[in-house]
Structure formats: structure tokens, C-alpha cells
Design a protein around this ligand. Structure first.
Ligand code: F42
Length: 147
């Protein structure tokens, strides 16, 4: 069993702890926005450790859209590299945990469709995009069988 290494960012680590320790009944929204968050459990591409990353909840059918915005920071978040190296994740959405596979979306039309969904779910993504010159990575996560 791989070791779990929590996020070095206090507010992120604390959200993961509350969300998971409450079984998905507390700490499930982003601070004052009240908008829903999911927890993506994945594997570090260098350490092999278990990593847990809260992201905004953007649904697309049975799956989720994962947006590597990192608040419009100039660099991609590290979890993006982890998903590129190992597409297998678990997604906790409130009380439900589902094993999923992720796929990075590069097709322009598909990206545009998913971006609309993302902004509808979490309008600040549009401001984050305006803040950075990088192309914000987008992944889809699709069910790989219920746990
Ligand atoms: N971030 C987003 O990008 N999009 C969102 O929609 C989003 C929503 C959100 C909601 C709630 C919340 O609490 C946080 C939210 N965040 C969102 C922030 C998100 O959870 C991440 O904190 C953020 O995207 C930064 O991701 P990161 O993977 O860069 O995290 C950093 C802080 C981190 O954990 N760094 C670790 C460290 O020790 O510095 C490394 C983690 C890691 O995966 N290491 C790899 C390993 O092998 O273990 C090696 C990494 C390498 O060098 O390749």
C-alpha cells in the first residue's frame, strides 16, 4: 500500500481531511463560494505516493471534467503531470467514491464544449483563464467500475 502524502498547502490539506474524515458530508464546497468540490485521489509520478487533490465538481454525464486552472497561476499544477503518467484515479463526490480513468483532452472542439461546462459550474474559471498565458489543461474522468 503506497504512502499518503498530504498537500503542503494548509487550506487544501484541511479541506481534504474534513471532506474525507466526515465521509463526504462536510467540507464539500469551496470556501465562501458554496460551490461543490470533489476529491481526486491519484498517484505521484515521482514518489509513487497517494495524492489527494480537491477540484471543482464539473459533471459531464457519468463523468467529471478536471480543470488544471490553479487560480490562473503561470504553471500547470503538479497533479496534471501525475494524471499524464497514471490515468487511474478515485473520485469522491460527497459520499460516493468511484474508480475512474482520466484522459487529457486536446481536441479543440471537445475542449471548447467542456470549457463551457466548467465555466457554467464555476464561473471564476473564466477569470483564471484571462490571468494566464498558458493553455489550461482539461481532463475527463470516466467510470472504471464502482468500488
Ligand atoms: N485547483 C485546480 O487546478 N482546479 C480546481 O478546480 C481547483 C479547485 C479546488 C477546490 C478546493 C480546493 O481546496 C482546492 C482546489 N484547487 C483547484 C487547488 C488544488 O487542490 C491544488 O492544490 C492545486 O491545483 C495545486 O496542485 P499541485 O498538484 O500543484 O499541488 C501542490 C501544492 C502540491 O501538492 N505539491 C506537492 C509538493 O510537495 O510540492 C507535490 C505533489 C506531487 O504530486 N508530487 C509528485 C509525486 O511524485 O508525488 C511529483 C511531482 C513532480 O515534480 O512531478
Amino acid at each position: 500500500m503506497a504512502q499518503y502524502i498530504p498537500s503542503p498547502r494548509d487550506w487544501v490539506r484541511e479541506q481534504v481531511e474534513l471532506y474525507e474524515s466526515s465521509g463526504g458530508t462536510q467540507g464539500t464546497t469551496l470556501r465562501d463560494t458554496g460551490l461543490p468540490v470533489i476529491i481526486v485521489t491519484h498517484r505521484g509520478n515521482k514518489t509513487g505516493a497517494i495524492r489527494k487533490t480537491p477540484l471543482m465538481r464539473v459533471k459531464d454525464g457519468d463523468g467529471y471534467v478536471l480543470v488544471g486552472s490553479q487560480g490562473g497561476a503561470p504553471t500547470d499544477p503538479v497533479w496534471v503531470y501525475n494524471l499524464r503518467a497514471d490515468a487511474n484515479v478515485e473520485i469522491r463526490d460527497l459520499t460516493e467514491v468511484t474508480r475512474m480513468r482520466t484522459r487529457e483532452v486536446t481536441d479543440t472542439a471537445e475542449r471548447a464544449r467542456l470549457w463551457q461546462l466548467a465555466v457554467a459550474a464555476f464561473p471564476p474559471y473564466e477569470e483564471y483563464r484571462a490571468k494566464t498565458s498558458r493553455q489550461i489543461p482539461i481532463f475527463v474522468a470516466e467510470p472504471a467500475g464502482k468500488l
